[in-house]
Write a protein that binds this ligand. Structure first.
Ligand code: F6R
Length: 241
């Protein structure tokens, strides 16, 4: 696991953009795993800028998002699908059929999970998986205690995750309690992982990653088992580590 320490959120976004664009430029059909949340928003803005300047083309890019809330459809402004359309997909030339976000409203969620895994297999492995990290060390919506060999699955969100994500909803009662998420095993199969971490609220998670300890109590620690992980951390998240 390689750590890159940067000054602030903007530098984190720029560094992540530089790495992602470099990888995309080397691939005929890049398969990119995407994350939602506040952390990658700056990166998505930079990708849009590059597309608008004619420096980046998404016509051959295939994407797979990490997760989606159960019960929210694509048009719900709080769904992750809506977030991705709003923050990235609506502003670039990615073909709609190349975009994959798990459905949170599938009649049969178990089948949806299996279908999502199959779609990833058909596309080939994910070339670069972008990740944020939860304050509790979650990746995707794989909460503490999730098995490292888990595949795309239905998850019960941690109380702490519900509290943290309540900022996006009108009230905490509106925050879904379940989600569909790629599993940790799924994430570990990607060829490369690019993790972005910003802000003082992530210091504990960073401390744990730096310790090198591998435990299911901290889902992101599974990434120590992966041969190609870059973690971009800003000073606020690094703290006095
Ligand atoms: C989102 C996701 C989550 C977030 C994490 C951090 O698709 O998978 O694991 O990356 O909750 O969220 P932010 O960036 O909002 O701090």
């Amino acid at each position: 696991m390689e750590f890159i320490k940067v000054k602030n959120y903007d530098e984190m976004s720029e560094k992540a953009c530089e790495i992602l664009v470099d990888r995309m430029s080397k691939l005929q059909q890049p398969v990119i795993g995407l994350a939602t949340g506040s952390t990658p928003e700056g990166l998505y803005k930079l990708l849009i800028d590059k597309y608008k300047k004619g420096e980046l083309d998404f016509s051959n890019t295939v994407t797979f998002n990490l997760d989606e809330y159960v019960g929210l459809d694509d048009d719900d402004p709080n769904s992750y699908h809506y977030f991705m359309n709003d923050k990235l997909f609506n502003h670039i030339n990615i073909p709609a059929e190349n975009i994959h976000v798990p459905s949170g409203v599938a009649e049969n969620i178990q089948q949806e999970c299996l279908d999502y895994e199959s779609a990833m297999k058909v596309a080939g492995q994910i070339d670069v998986q972008l990740l944020g990290i939860g304050q509790n060390g979650h990746i995707g919506f794989n909460e503490p205690g999730t098995a490292f060999d888990s595949r795309t699955h239905l998850v019960d969100l941690d109380e702490s995750t519900i509290q943290t994500n309540a900022r996006f909803f009108d009230s905490i009662e509106d925050v879904p309690t379940k989600a569909v998420s790629m599993g940790i095993g799924t994430i570990l199969e990607s060829k490369e992982v690019l993790m972005v971490i910003s802000g003082a609220s992530k210091q504990e998670a960073v401390k744990h990653l730096l310790s090198g300890e591998i435990t299911e109590d901290v889902p992101a620690s599974a990434l120590h088992k992966h041969p190609n992980v870059t973690v971009i951390v800003d000073e606020a998240a690094w703290g006095d580590n």
